[in-house]
Write a new protein. Structure first.
Length: 509
């Protein structure tokens, strides 16, 4: 029986999943990744770390299911979006990749919108510091030698593809997050590239997520015990579109809430539904002629990891959440609970404010790690209330909402989110590895006949539904009002963040 590998280059870890022809998981493995923050607002990773973690995760699934591995029929890729990976003429990274939650280039976003007439209509999105294009303007201004040496700009999973196949290929869902794509026509936009001093020779050839992008190199196929066979590698998808494929969110109104390093409220749409002024992201889906929108909160499960580390509970996240749950079981404690703004790496939806900072408010002597953790879980949920308002304001249908990502392991958080949003959330089987599963499904699609599309993209069984509790929804409304007030106070009182570095002498305008 054929097997398919899905490889997800997440922000906190690389995940590999091996599935059979029916999509059932045969083996799973993960390898952690660290994020480097050498200066305020910066967020970087070494592309070599992605490749090392990817190889180790592959070796682990190979060791766990050796027989199935020998039947490997195709590989699919998924990855954190937007990361600028700059390569020289020999395909070597010129600097650490600048990630999706890096906030250094707010000025370059304004510059980009100034350079291109009707920028937002053209890119279908507002320029945000996490996206790829403004990062290239930043590199041109601050690291001109590196900019001059750049022969290719890849996204994270496309760099791993390059290491797997030796080819420079990207796909639509991830390319849409660069701000260089004509998202309606699904092709590079030369004018958007030129605004950053680039040409189409410096970005990869594009395929759809379900098409073959290349083949595993003969050397790797041999090293991985695959008899030098030519294993196709599917286009794959940015991690959010990949998660959607993993849970069958392809029809208009199908959506999910993702609790990964970032928080994402995603909805598949009937055609391209751009609404850039609301900070809604409008991107290509991973299948031809499909699009989606999403509202993005930059720190979700990463805020939980942060507070767990801060309180010395980094090795026991479930234990800390259990303490938060016990704290919140008392109504009077909930009423006097501290509030948290989760803007540890700035915020996208609805503020597009890279300089936003995190904040605890309402602390008292009786509050300990339990109250802080509760505040973080609640603060992320309140940020998702903002996200849902943006989707509704843009008239985007969200008829069903699944729950995916590492944070979905917590039933307490899932219930808190359902209560805050006032909508039911369905946790499917395999929720924590949805993006890798989606990548494996795209691998299947790249070798399967088109009539198998619907069965491969089927919705997985719902393992648990979280219904909103009306009294808790009502209880959280005034807390959301205070959350919004707190952001206004944060804007008024935030410290002036130092500039990451002054432009170098040879900087271009
Ligand atoms: N038991 C748990 N309950 C809730 N959250 C968890 C649990 N275990 C891990 N997490 C969270 O999952 C996050 C990782 O999620 P993941 O979807 O793998 O992220 P990414 O794809 O961005 O690497 C971590 O930041 C951590 O806070
Ligand atoms: O920037 C975005 C979406 O626009 C993020 O969702 C990244 O794609 C990272 O995803 P996770 O690592 O949090 O899954």
């Amino acid at each position: 029986m054929a097997a398919f590998l899905g490889l997800d280059i997440g922000t906190s870890s690389v995940k590999a999943v091996l599935v059979d022809e029916a999509g059932a998981a045969l083996a799973e493995a993960g390898r952690p990744l660290a994020v480097s923050r050498p200066r305020p607002l910066w967020s970087e990773q070494d592309p070599e770390d992605w490749w090392t973690a990817a190889r180790e995760a592959v070796e682990a699934v190979r060791a766990a299911a050796p027989q199935a591995w020998r039947e490997l029929a195709a590989i699919g890729l998924s990855g954190q979006m937007h990361g600028a990976t700059l390569l020289d003429g020999a395909g070597r990274p010129l600097r650490p990749a600048i990630l999706w939650n890096d906030g250094r280039c707010a000025a370059e976003c304004a510059e980009l919108e100034r350079r291109v007439p009707r920028f937002r209509a053209r890119a279908s999105n507002v320029a945000m510091p996490g996206f790829t294009a403004p990062k290239l303007l930043w590199v041109a201004a601050h690291e001109p030698d590196i900019f001059a040496a750049t022969r290719m700009v890849l996204l994270p999973k496309d760099y791993v593809r390059f290491r797997l196949t030796g080819e420079f290929v990207g796909e639509m869902s991830d390319a849409a997050g660069t701000l260089w794509l004509d998202i309606a026509r699904r092709r590079w936009d030369d004018e958007l590239l030129a605004a950053c001093g680039l040409t189409s020779a410096q970005v990869p050839r594009l395929v759809e997520g379900s098409q073959v992008s290349g083949h595993l190199s003969p050397d790797l196929a041999r090293a991985w015990g695959l008899d030098g066979r030519a294993i196709p590698v599917a286009g794959g998808a940015g991690d959010n579109a990949a998660s959607a494929i993993g849970i069958g969110a392809v029809a208009p109104g199908d959506g999910f809430l993702s609790l990964g390093t970032s928080g994402v409220l995603f909805a598949a749409t009937d055609g391209l539904r751009a609404d850039p002024d609301r900070t809604l992201h409008a991107f290509c889906h991973a299948l031809p002629e499909l699009w989606h929108v999403m509202a993005v909160t930059l720190a979700a499960a990463s805020a939980l990891s942060w507070v767990a580390g801060l309180t010395g509970q980094g090795d026991d996240i479930p234990g800390l959440i259990a303490r938060a749950e016990a704290f919140a079981s008392d109504e009077s404690r909930r009423a006097a609970a501290p509030l948290f703004l989760p803007y540890l790496t700035g915020e996208r939806t609805p503020h597009n404010d890279a300089g936003a900072t995190g904040l605890f408010a309402g602390l008292r002597a009786e509050h300990g790690a339990d109250a802080l953790c509760h505040a973080v879980l609640e603060g992320v949920a309140l940020a998702f209330v903002d996200d849902l308002e943006v989707l509704r304001g843009a008239d985007v249908a969200l008829t069903s909402c699944m729950l995916v990502g590492g944070g979905s392991r917590s039933a307490f958080w899932a219930q808190l989110l359902a209560d805050a949003l006032g909508i039911p959330l369905d946790r499917p089987a395999g929720a924590a590895t949805g993006a890798a599963t989606g990548a494996a499904r795209l691998a299947m699609l790249c070798v399967a006949p088109p009539e198998r599309m619907a069965s491969i993209c089927a919705k997985p069984p719902v393992e648990r539904r979280f219904e909103p509790r009306q009294e808790r929804h009502a209880e959280m409304k005034p807390r959301h009002d205070r959350f919004r007030e707190l952001y206004r106070a944060e804007v008024a009182t935030r410290p002036e963040l130092p500039l990451s570095s002054p432009p170098s002498a040879g900087a271009k305008a």
